[in-house]
Design a protein around this ligand. Structure first.
Ligand code: UDX
Ligand code: UDX
Length: 464
């Protein structure tokens, strides 16, 4: 069975880029990405490619190539479902903010709504693919809903988690380490569904990089891949504090242990803490699943990864306060970066939000410059924390569209994102415009200590 028509529900950071690449590599498949958010869809359809709703290097070229040919963005959800043989569910699954599992479990409200909608309008057989990261056994729930509320058509469920990292999404999609497809290989229909999805990827991914498993292994692998990655960051961050206390240098330690080929060099960059839509959510989800199964030691083990991350953010903010003579009241701290990492405009769970919040509790003024994040987004991130009134957030946190303006007159600079352009600034000019002593707190260890110290800055980095 060769798929001719695909629909993806959810035009976000995962659905948008993934479907763009699937469409680019499969010109014979019609790919329609739908979303309830009509503004988002309008932005995806924007003629001006700099207006695409998400910033991802290289995405504009792929959209330019495929959009209007076999890639479509639409708000007509029902029509796209009816038309498609294969439907990807790529809606968000945030951590629950209410009820049982509050602050831990994934909120599956949107996924369930999608399943119900698919069941309601489908009049032909469908393959339904879970793209969203979901707790183990969600596929069973989706299958139940589809079978019990559908019109008697056949639904095959597959799990196909996404491993793309933001900022490198296009490369991760074009040459993935692996594509994981979970399905029911015990039935003929299950096997056919798996093969249909394998064929979609085979247009550009070598056979040996496509891994098929049972559906539960696939769901669990996504959660645990992120948990392992986050654990490495928390491990190196825990050592950063130890390094600061002993005179060791965490970058030297990271290099030394990373050269052990069993450990490897990646994800050993000490930082102010990991952010992003996935790490925290997926670990909390894993912890919640372990707890629900009565596996308390397993739950505590993974929960520590989160606690370490919270501690690292706190420690960074407290170090700024302590260094600035234990008061930041009335002082201005310039932030370089607000996004959770470079090359993305995504700010979900970004360390910058939490550091800003702690400094604002101490009544500091924050002036932020980020090359891709606007003031509205920053304010909405702060308001989401609910720590103070929206008016106060506006009063204490200013956004600057020019980095030099953000740093002019500031008492200290905090680097929260590792954007490459920060290294290219005229640091002498910045020094001249600041209050003295001029402090730099490099939460990403990206600036050059030697250069800054020569100019006269007090330079503090993580882990030395
Ligand atoms: C994805 C995955 O879905 C999530 O499980 C994973 O852990 C992180 O990445 P992402 O693409 O980053 O989420 O989320 P987001 O950018 O919020 O996009 C989701 C889109 O789905 C939004 O545009 C939202 O409007 C849309 N949506 C949500 C619907 O169209 N229908 C719904 O019922 C809910
Ligand atoms: C992650 C996974 O990498 C990806 O496979 C999955 O599909 C989604 O979640 P993403 O959240 O986009 O991707 O970013 P990632 O590059 O993993 O970085 C996560 C956070 O860890 C960032 O805040 C980053 O700055 C931080 N980090 C990463 C460090 O602090 N140190 C490191 O060495 C690596």
């Amino acid at each position: 069975m060769k798929i001719k028509s695909i629909c993806c529900i959810g035009a976000g950071y995962v659905g948008g880029p993934t479907m763009s690449v699937i469409a680019q590599k499969n010109p014979n498949i019609k790919v329609t990405v739908v979303d309830l958010n009509s503004k988002r869809i309008a932005d995806w359809n924007s003629k001006d490619l700099t207006k695409l709703p998400i910033y991802e290097p290289g995405l504009d070229e792929v959209v330019a190539e495929a959009r209007g040919r076999n890639l479509f963005f639409s708000t007509e959800v029902d029509a796209a479902i009816v038309d498609a043989e294969m439907i990807f569910i790529s809606v968000n699954t945030p951590t629950k903010t209410y009820g049982a599992g509050k602050g831990m479990a994934a909120d599956l409200k949107y996924v369930e709504l999608c399943a119900r909608q698919i069941a309601k309008v489908s009049i032909t057989d469908k393959i339904v693919v879970e793209k969203s990261t979901l707790p183990v056994k969600t596929a069973e729930a989706i299958q139940n809903i589809l079978d019990n509320t559908g019109n008697g058509v056949d639904f095959q469920i597959l799990s196909n988690p996404e491993f793309l990292a933001e900022g490198t999404a296009m490369r991760d999609l074009a040459i993935p380490d692996r594509v994981l497809i979970g399905g029911d290989s015990n039935t003929k229909k299950g096997q056919k569904a798996i093969q249909a999805l394998v064929d979609v990827y085979r247009s550009w991914v070598p056979k040996e990089n496509i891994l098929t498993t049972n559906i539960w292994s696939s769901e669990l692998s996504k959660l645990t891949a992120n948990a392992f990655l986050a654990q490495r960051v928390s491990s190196i961050n825990s050592l950063s504090e130890l390094c600061e206390a002993t005179g060791a240098n965490v970058q030297e330690v990271a290099k030394a242990i990373g050269m052990d080929s069993r450990i490897g060099p990646k994800f050993l960059q000490a930082s102010v803490g990991f952010g992003g839509s996935c790490f925290q959510k997926d670990i909390l989800n894993l912890v919640y699943i372990a707890k629900s199964l009565g596996l308390n030691e397993v739950a505590d083990y993974w929960h520590q990864v989160i606690l370490m991350n919270n501690h690292q953010r706190d420690r960074f903010a407290k170090n700024i306060i302590k260094t600035l003579y234990s008061t930041v009241n009335g002082k201005t701290i310039a932030f370089l970066g607000w996004a959770f990492k470079k090359d993305t405009n995504d700010t979900r769970e970004s360390a910058a939000i939490y550091v800003a919040d702690l400094l604002m509790d101490e009544q500091a003024t924050i002036k932020v410059y980020d090359p891709k994040v606007n003031a509205t987004q920053m304010q909405s991130d702060l308001n989401y924390l609910n720590s103070r009134s929206e008016d106060k957030n506006v009063a204490y946190l200013k956004t600057e569209s020019n980095p030099y303006m953000a740093m002019e007159g500031a008492h200290a600079i905090a680097v929260l994102t590792e954007w490459d352009e920060f290294k290219t600034y005229d640091w002498q000019r910045i020094y001249n415009s600041m209050q003295k002593p001029a402090f730099v707190f490099d939460g990403r260890n990206v600036l050059d200590r030697e250069v800054l110290e020569k100019i006269g800055f007090e330079y503090k980095e993580i882990g030395s």
